[in-house]
Design a protein around this ligand. Sequence first.
Ligand code: PSU
Ligand code: MN
Length: 305
Amino acid sequence: MPPLTFSPEVTAARAAGAPLVALESTIITHGMPYPQNLQMAQTVEDDIRAAGAVPATIAIMDGQIHIGLDAANLARLAQTQDALKLSRADLAVALATGRVGATTVAATMICAALAGIEVFATGGIGGVHRGAEQSFDISADLQELAQTRVTVVAAGAKAILDLPKTLEVLETLGVPVIAYGQDSLPAFWSRESDLKAPLRLDTPAQIAASHLMRARLGVPGGQLVANPIPAEAEISAAVLAPMITRAIAEAEAQGIAAKDVTPFLLQRIYDLTEGASLPANIALVRNNARLAAQIAQALGTARLA
Ligand code: PSU
Ligand code: MN
């Protein structure tokens, strides 16, 4: 049996059959500074509650997979300086050795599936990095979407990545990439990119029905729902492009590699935008949380029908 510990709120939701939405924790420990990270995590949880579902923030502490963090555990995680960043490869080691670890998209999907949670909201997924033909840096998030049955709501992938290559790998892996309510692939800080999304759906009910149909077909893996950032929070791609180029050059010059690359680039974008990337980041995570809550409710409704 996996070492799962459910928070009181999640335990009650499971008993009542209430819709649950998983949330990752790397965004808390490696994505934003304290105390904004804690405020963001609390706000996003409240958004899910207000939208009629129950949040389950996932992290590793004391040899347990925590499904839902109470106030004390959430505060503890947000202040842990040396939390590990855990992907599929790291999860078992962190549990076996009692470390505090934050889950990436890949690890959160694994833990959510173990807990029977089918919908997960995040900011952006990992993907194929620029220059991957040299570095081979392709996030384990992509493989996870191919094998673990969780619908992930993100704002697309960040322009720090190579978006065309990320789409190609997702296609190869058989992952449905579904733009929500528009034809173009959202690009995280920007609503639109110049890439057409492979698939488009317009309602939470359609997304829930597709999730259930994939299971009926016996096809493994999840769905990636790409939800555009709210218009008022958008940062234009033109403003960001030179900053991204500079951040990537710095990462190369400093020999940043492996799992340090994404946190390094996000931190540099935060610095170079003089903090303007942070409110945008928070706005899009909240928007994804609300959509995920609607999808979780639609799944419940479809199952009863
Ligand atoms: N992309 C973002 N924000 C994030 C991450 C990715 O826009 O916080 C985090 C997520 O937890 C994601 C992880 O799963 O980084 C991917 O890391 P890597 O590229 O090392 O696989
Ligand atoms: Mn990587």
